[in-house]
Design a protein around this ligand. Structure first.
Ligand SMILES: [Zn+2]
Length: 379
């Protein structure tokens, strides 16, 4: 008889101001490191200032590695170093790129990885997925999830607000990803993991309904915890399903066809809104659009600087980005003409003239974006 399932989850989750300074204590945790042979991987931009915050003395034999890019090659070479020098653990300190490289390297070397996030731009902080660049684009690799997750709110706050806000898109898109999963269950009999859904949906709802902005700690804490929960939901599911549906297929297609149109989280938000629109979920659309608008995030192709024709091209290309994943895009299997029509109608329904393509200019970061009245145009 089985009484419950055993879950893989981080030993430590620490979300607060100044968390980086106490990393030594986390790494000295006997469950993670016994002799103190620790490697620290830092990104190019924050590296030195983070190292200054760390009490390296306390970390004993810690050695510092610089992560200069987000490629598979970088991850493999770090993995080789970790393996060759028999480190007990590695901490990856930085943004998504540094964490993804370190996760992959740790997995390859078979050592535990501590994720120390200095921004909240996406849900990879605690996830079992590493997204890395290679010769022909970007790939997602399954890896062992971090053994500990630390989010330093001071570091998050000192970064660009646009990066922080982007993470909102990568959490609230769970709602669209879950709806796609439910379609796959209904149409294809794909099994749904109810626990993964509970975690992912609760995370998204928390952010959707949390008052405040990225300027206050209460909001940032909920956002950080929701990103962590989203990652754990993926570990529970054994795939990225709880946080990645048609929304991420569109995101990856835009990334490939029109690089630089938006960050991961920004594109996730627009992709989720479009897929929710395609599913005919008016209420979901209104809630999602209001949340994105309230935080000054893009909602329409125009907000991303993409023409309807360009967005149509991305939507048509999207199913090829994730073969085998069944979503609203695969269910509708729209041809070019129908897709273009839906994209136009979506732009009218969501944009509605209440916003313009300048929404993502720097002016949108001030409070004007939150009370401009743009939130009422979603239905
Ligand atoms: Zn994502």
């Amino acid at each position: 008889m089985q009484l419950a399932r055993i879950l893989t989850a981080p030993l430590v989750v620490d979300v607060r101001r100044g968390a980086v300074a106490d990393l030594g204590a986390v790494l000295a945790d006997q469950r993670i490191v016994t002799e103190g042979r620790v490697a620290i991987a830092v990104g190019p931009s924050l590296g030195d200032s983070v190292l200054a915050d760390l009490d390296l003395e306390k970390l004993g034999a810690a050695e510092v590695f610089r992560v200069t890019d987000g490629t598979v090659d970088s991850a493999v070479s770090l993995g080789k170093r970790l393996r060759a020098d028999a480190y007990e653990a590695v901490a990856g300190i930085g943004g998504g790129r540094t964490i993804d490289v370190t996760k992959f390297a740790a997995h390859m070397a078979g050592v535990p990885m501590v994720a120390v996030a200095t921004n909240l731009a996406h849900d990879g902080i605690a996830s079992p997925v590493s997204s890395l660049e290679h010769e022909s684009g970007k790939g997602s690799y399954g890896v062992v999830p971090p053994v500990a997750v630390v989010v330093d709110l001071d570091r998050v706050r000192s970064g660009p607000a646009r990066l922080v806000r982007a993470g909102i898109g990568d959490v609230v898109n769970n709602l669209s990803a879950i709806a796609d999963w439910e379609l796959a269950a209904a149409d294809r009999g794909e099994p749904i993991d109810g626990l993964a859904v509970s975690l992912a949906r609760t995370a998204a709802q928390a952010v959707l309904h949390q008052p405040g902005t990225v300027d206050d700690d209460d909001f940032l804490t909920v956002l950080a915890e929701s990103l962590v929960l989203s990652g754990i939901a993926m570990t529970v599911a054994g795939s990225s399903r709880p946080g990645s549906g048609g929304d991420h297929e569109i995101l990856h297609a835009i990334d490939q066809l029109f690089p630089g149109a938006g960050s991961h989280g920004e594109l996730a938000g627009v992709g989720a809104l479009f897929c929710t629109y395609l599913r005919g979920d008016d209420r979901g659309c209104a809630l999602l659009a209001a949340c994105l608008a309230r935080h000054g995030l893009p909602r329409t192709p125009a907000d991303l600087g993409l023409s309807p024709a360009e967005f149509t091209k991305a939507v048509l290309h999207a199913p090829a980005m994730r073969p085998g994943r069944y979503t609203i895009l695969e269910r509708l299997a729209l041809d070019e003409c129908d897709t273009a029509e839906r994209v136009e109608a979506f732009g009218r329904a969501i944009g509605g003239g209440a916003t313009d393509s300048g929404a993502m200019d720097s002016g949108a970061t001030d409070s004007g974006a939150t009370d401009s009245g743009a939130t009422g145009s979603a239905s």
